[in-house]
Design a protein around this ligand. Structure first.
Ligand code: GDP
Length: 200
């Protein structure tokens, strides 16, 4: 079960190795309203991620530790750390990554050595967004591992979803996109498989 570690408003407050034991970290990134907190809640089976979801509340990166086993058998070192980054692109400068890029996203991505996989969330219900391309290209250019996940797939018919995924692949110049739904749980098992593949 997940343990909330802390809410960091800058690099100095990121959890140290004493808290994480160097466990591999998964970062969740996406535009505001992409369905990030719903997906994290679906993955964790809890309401953990709701802390950060409302714009206007303190903007912060929320860290969670996931442990295998339970009770006395619980390992000291977490299996995975989840980092829930603030949603970008909700502000006036909606075409870019706006203020979150210099304050949260870039410092996080450049500093966090234990980052094992960036989950870049894109909404399958809207056309490809330039801000998402910007984020994905950052991962490509810095050669950091990432996976693009298409949210809210339940809202589209198979045919329309296939077209949307093709358009997203082309616009973001990616080979793969994993469709999921926090509402029906479609794709979440496949996503867990990808997350556990980076766990030690
Ligand atoms: P966040 O701002 O990225 O954390 O987005 P939220 O998780 O708060 O979701 C934004 C809106 O999209 C809410 O109205 C959710 O109910 C809706 N939503 C999120 N995930 C899904 C999904 O998988 N399917 C559907 N149909 N709606 C979703």
């Amino acid at each position: 079960s997940p343990v909330f570690l802390l809410s960091a408003t800058d690099v100095a407050h990121f959890p140290t190795e004493a808290r994480t034991h160097g466990a591999p970290e998964i970062a969740f990134l996406g535009r505001s309203n992409v369905g990030k907190s719903s997906l994290i809640n679906a993955l964790l089976g809890s309401k953990e991620a709701h802390v950060s979801s409302t714009p206007g509340r303190t903007r912060a990166i929320n860290f969670f530790a996931l442990h295998e086993g339970a009770g006395e058998k619980k390992k000291v070192k977490p299996t995975l750390i989840f980092a829930d980054l603030p949603g970008y692109g909700y502000a006036k400068i909606s075409k870019s990554i706006s203020s979150e890029w210099p304050t949260f996203i870039e410092p996080y991505l450049s500093e966090r050595e234990t980052l094992a996989l960036g989950i870049c969330l894109v909404d399958t219900n809207i056309p490809p967004q330039p801000s998402d391309t910007q984020l994905i290209h950052y991962f490509q250019q810095t050669q950091r591992p990432y996976l693009v996940v298409g949210t809210k797939a339940d809202r589209l018919s198979n045919n329309v979803l296939a077209k949307s995924l093709a358009a997203l692949k082309q616009a973001h110049e990616i080979e793969e996109i994993l469709p999921v739904s926090a509402k029906t749980d479609a794709g979440t098992k496949a996503l867990w498989g990808r997350l556990m593949a980076v766990a030690e």
